[in-house]
Design a protein around this ligand. Structure first.
Ligand SMILES: [Zn+2]
Length: 301
């Protein structure tokens, strides 16, 4: 990706090597990248109705973002969680993350603006080893995640080395895909989808929750594809970038991960989607950059 010299985000919190400030509040669990762990428990129909409504309203030309944005169902639960100052990062790896985050800000600001809405930018926390988030304590071992409670993406940059070595997904655009996927969860939070999912999953069976989680995750992949679409339009992609992202989606599919870690697959436990599904939905977003192509709730996935 041709990222050098481009704008860096002012929403980076560099807490690498630092302590763990902040207290714990509620607001749903963290939405993780899958690296071999099961999802939490949790009702299917409600979120489908919500999402059906979301897309139905869109189709009618009514703006669901308008309905959901102003503290309605979706509003998020940002209740005075400790805000760190902005960090100007100086190392190349963090600068790349900062530029990618800034590029997601530009794309999603534009998409929300086109809907007459304002995009509330997420913050991104860089940490090492362990971190306290509004979703609780997390260690690097759990991989990058988005916490709806404080609207922050958390990444230990060591994960990118793991991505390249252990998951065989190297390249800067594989990393960009991971960031764009987590930002996709933030968009889902803003439009009210994540809060609804987190509420409904309490009453779902594990199998139902896994199925619904898969649809949420595939939509985040699709949103990452939308971001990639606009990034390509800006001429920022290099040869092989899209393949890097698709390969990453392939390598972190539930089936591929399970085969690697345990040698066999348990489809009922899938909660992020298979490799094929993840590549397909990323490609769906990438194709035309349209939200309506990311309806993982009313289409077969
Ligand atoms: Zn995810």
């Amino acid at each position: 990706m041709l990222w050098k010299g481009r704008r860096q985000s002012s929403n980076i919190e560099d807490r690498r090597g630092g302590g763990m400030p902040g207290g714990r509040i509620g607001g749903g669990g963290p939405i993780r990248l899958p690296i071999g762990r099961g999802a939490g428990g949790g009702g299917l129909s409600g979120i489908i109705i919500l999402v059906v409504l979301f897309f139905a309203l869109r189709a009618c030309g009514i703006d669901p973002l308008q309905i959901l944005a102003g503290g309605g169902i979706g509003g998020g639960q940002q209740i005075g969680f400790e805000q760190q100052g902005n960090s100007q990062v100086t190392d190349e790896e963090a600068q790349f993350v900062s530029v990618v985050l800034a590029e997601t800000e530009d794309v999603w600001n534009g998409i929300f603006q086109a809907e007459g809405q304002e995009y509330s930018e997420p913050r991104l926390v860089l940490f090492t080893n362990q971190i306290q988030s509004a979703c609780g304590y997390a260690s690097s071992a759990s991989g990058p995640f988005y916490c709806p409670g404080d609207r922050k993406v958390y990444i230990d940059l060591g994960f990118f080395r793991e991505l390249a070595q252990k998951f065989k997904a190297s390249g800067d655009f594989a990393q960009a895909y991971v960031i764009a996927h987590e930002v996709g969860h933030h968009v889902q939070n803003l439009i009210g989808l994540l809060p609804e999912f987190n509420r409904q999953r309490q009453s779902m069976s594990q199998v139902e929750a896994n199925r619904m989680s898969t649809r949420v995750e595939l939509q985040a992949d699709c949103f990452a594809g939308i971001w990639a679409h606009y990034t390509a339009q800006k001429g920022l992609l290099e040869q092989g970038d899209i393949e890097e992202a698709l390969n990453a989606a392939n390598q972190i599919g539930d089936d591929t991960l399970q085969k690697r870690t345990q040698g066999y697959v348990v489809p009922e436990s899938f909660n992020h989607g298979t490799s094929k599904q993840r590549m397909t939905w990323f490609a769906n977003g990438l194709r035309n950059g349209r939200l309506e192509d990311c309806d993982t709730f009313n289409n077969p996935v």
